[in-house]
Design a protein around this ligand. Structure first.
Ligand SMILES: [Zn+2]
Length: 196
């Protein structure tokens, strides 16, 4: 099942599905671990701000997010039942992965616990709107990660999970209460199962 997610002019796309993600955290909040696989050299300087934005967005939803870099030797366990792998693509790789679909900013594959984001497109759009690329990168990443935690939910009429996202810091980019609750319950439920 494929679902297109349009940002401004048809820029986001995702794939729905149904799987689960395990969570664990020292402070008892539901937690999500993200394995960052950065294949876009130019994205490096923006990653800190992007990760901070993701932490902020999920923290407001009551979820703790931790990051592990792919370079830390997790190649064999980059995705699975306890983490989501986030791949930042450069243009060349993006063309290989999704030949012919040139306008989307990112997409999610929930059954594989993976999301992909096209950094060059995120950066170009952010700069066009005079928004910091790192900020918008975090917003797009959070949107795609949530598709894994909310499989089948599709898009909302407004908010962070809206079909259309605008790179405007003045717009509230947050999960709705219901979205946050579903994600917390999903993560908490998986944590409970994992302990049995
Ligand atoms: Zn989407």
């Amino acid at each position: 099942m494929a679902r297109n997610c349009f940002v401004i002019s048809a820029l986001l796309a995702c794939v729905g599905g149904g799987t689960s993600v395990t969570a664990r955290t020292a402070d008892r909040r539901p937690a999500l671990e993200v394995v960052m696989d950065n294949r876009s050299p130019s994205a490096g300087p923006e990653l800190a701000m992007a990760c901070a934005r993701i932490r902020f967005i999920f923290d407001e939803a009551g979820i703790r997010v931790t990051f592990v870099m792919q370079s830390d030797g997790l190649a064999g366990a980059a995705s699975g039942h306890d983490r989501i792998r986030l791949v930042l693509l450069d243009q060349r790789e993006a063309d290989q992965v999704i030949a012919g679909e040139v306008k989307r900013l990112g997409f999610a594959i929930p059954p594989a616990y993976r999301v992909y984001v096209h950094y060059d497109r995120v950066e170009a759009l952010a700069r066009f709107y005079h928004v910091h690329p790192g900020w918008f990168l975090g917003v797009v990443m959070a949107h795609e990660l949530a598709h894994v935690l909310l499989p089948g939910a599709g898009h909302a009429d407004a908010g962070l999970m809206a079909r259309s996202l605008s790179p405007d810091p003045k717009m509230p980019m947050a999960f709705t209460r219901q979205e946050a609750q579903v994600m917390r319950e999903r993560l908490s439920g998986e944590m409970t199962l994992a302990r049995r």
